[in-house]
Design a protein around this ligand. Structure first.
Ligand SMILES: [Zn+2]
Ligand SMILES: [Zn+2]
Length: 186
């Protein structure tokens, strides 16, 4: 598998698994390079609970990085997109041509913690809970799977994924919840 140099410390990134998704990670600065469609899968995953994410953010987040990273693949300066955590100046760096997102140490955990406060995530968590209940009942489970198969396929362009993330997290009525979740980190 191809590896790339870390855009912050130039050390070779290594492939690793994060919440069931293959991503590249820098062992030194603990940043992650994530193909955009996998970012969506990661944010929705509940493999890492809030405690584990909070621990990761507290350990790996070293404060805001004012200069955008250069894309490890095409070397073009990446575009900073805010991760809307109230009171914190955090950005992910996006390369639209390579469909790659760079997150500095701890930012992947911060992004997920912010996302978990949104109604969309709460709804997913609720659906997951119901699905687990259904596993006990084959007949209802079959009907549920049929309903799921009728849902339209989702687009997977990086612009849409990033826009979706930013707007979901930034909705004003959820700011309080997000803010409360991060109080301990500031
Ligand atoms: Zn690094
Ligand atoms: Zn690129």
């Amino acid at each position: 598998m191809i590896t790339r140099p870390c855009p912050r410390c130039q050390k070779e990134l290594e492939w690793t698994e994060y919440e069931g998704q293959r991503v590249m990670r820098c062992a030194t600065c603990r940043g992650h390079l994530v193909p955009a469609p996998r970012l969506r899968a990661i944010k929705r995953s509940d493999q890492l609970g809030a405690d584990a994410l909070m621990e990761e953010a507290a350990r790996d987040f070293k404060g805001p990085t004012p200069i955008a990273a250069s894309c490890p693949a095409c070397k073009v300066r990446m575009r900073p997109e805010p991760i809307p955590v109230p009171g914190m100046d955090v950005h992910m760096d996006v390369c639209r041509s390579c469909q790659m997102v760079w997150l500095d140490g701890g930012e992947l955990a911060l992004l997920q913690l912010a996302y978990e406060q949104t109604p969309e995530y709460q709804e997913i968590a609720e659906r997951r809970r119901r699905a687990r209940e259904l596993e006990a009942c084959p007949e209802r489970s079959a009907r549920f799977q049929e309903d799921l198969s009728r849902l339209p396929d989702e687009p997977s362009l990086v612009g849409e994924i990033v826009h979706e993330l930013v707007t979901e997290i930034a909705t004003p009525r959820h700011r309080w919840g997000v803010w409360s979740a991060f109080r301990g980190l500031r």
